[in-house]
Design a protein around this ligand. Structure first.
Ligand code: PMP
Length: 283
């Protein structure tokens, strides 16, 4: 494994950054998680757009422009000879002083890790997972807008801990108004009466690239969909539910807070979307 840090490649055990990097000290930075399918990076342009938008939102000056970043990512994949895998692309605020002031960090850092990710066992994709609603609310648009894919994931991590303590793999987080936002690392969809619903970006979510890909798949198959505010009631009474993300792809949910979703098995639309997603990402 060859890891890219600021223009140079390092072996895994040599790939190190400063303990004064504000990415470590304060979670000050942004990132993307991308997939490589059959030698092609899925939605690379979309991920780069989101990365630079996140960086702009936190006033982070990225040392490479978008074209240079694209080349760096492609080169890193080539260097690692990866045909199928996962890319973690990070931009940290860089080395600074111990104080919080980002003005003391003269150079941001770019890190590219090309590896693998296996979030859930295969069985979860065949049988679905159980989730809970977390008591931790998703950070509000007024504090840390979830559209910013920042290195500060504590909000989500606390909800993930709660899920695991409840014997579940994932938790859905509500926004400060009590409406459904998203899960700790994925967006959420439901199907009700043959229509797909998912929370609005304005409800305080990351605008997921897999979420947008699911919109494309729904359009291709003439399934109506609607971005709207959803409550726990809507989730509990859904016919089907699934989560989307670059790492998890599309994962079915069969129980939420002890309520069985639909008949408790993989729904017709979820199955169809998983199949079409595989076709879209292949070759
Ligand atoms: N929400 C959160 C909080 C996430 O971390 C992710 C994964 N990056 C997603 C949603 C899904 O986004 P994407 O489909 O772009 O991976």
């Amino acid at each position: 494994m060859k890891i890219y840090i600021d223009g140079k490649y390092y072996d895994k055990d040599q790939a190190k950054i400063s303990v004064f990097d504000h990415g470590l000290l304060y979670g000050d930075g942004v990132f993307e998680g991308l997939r490589i399918y059959d030698g092609k990076i899925f939605k690379l342009k979309e991920h780069l757009i989101r990365l630079y938008q996140s960086a702009k939102a936190i006033l982070l000056d990225v040392s490479l422009n978008k074209k240079e970043m694209e080349k760096a990512v492609l080169d890193a994949v080539k260097m690692n000879e990866k045909n199928n895998g996962y890319i973690r692309l990070l931009v940290t605020r860089g080395e600074g002083s111990l104080g919080i002031d980002p003005g003391k960090c003269p150079h941001s850092s770019v890190i590219i890790i090309v590896g693998d990710i296996d979030v859930y066992p295969q069985e979860c994709y065949e049988k679905g997972i159980r989730i809970i609603t977390s008591s931790i609310r998703r950070s509000s648009v007024e504090s840390l807008d979830p559209r910013i894919k920042s290195l500060n994931y504590l909000n989500n991590i606390m909800a993930k801990i709660e899920a695991k303590q409840a014997g579940c793999l994932e938790a859905v987080m509500l926004n400060k108004d009590g409406m459904v936002a998203e899960c700790t690392g994925d967006n959420i969809f439901i199907i009700k009466n043959r229509i797909a619903y998912t929370p609005l970006v304005q409800n305080g979510i990351l605008e997921g690239i897999t979420r947008n890909t699911v919109f494309e798949l729904l359009n291709d198959t003439n399934i109506k969909f609607c971005e709207t505010s959803l409550s726990s009631y809507d989730l509990y009474n859904a016919d089907e539910c699934f989560l989307t993300g670059s790492a998890v792809e599309i994962i079915p949910v069969i129980m939420i807070d002890g309520r069985v979703i639909g008949d408790g098995t993989l729904g017709f639309y979820t199955k169809k979307l998983i199949k079409n997603f595989k076709l879209k990402t292949a070759g």
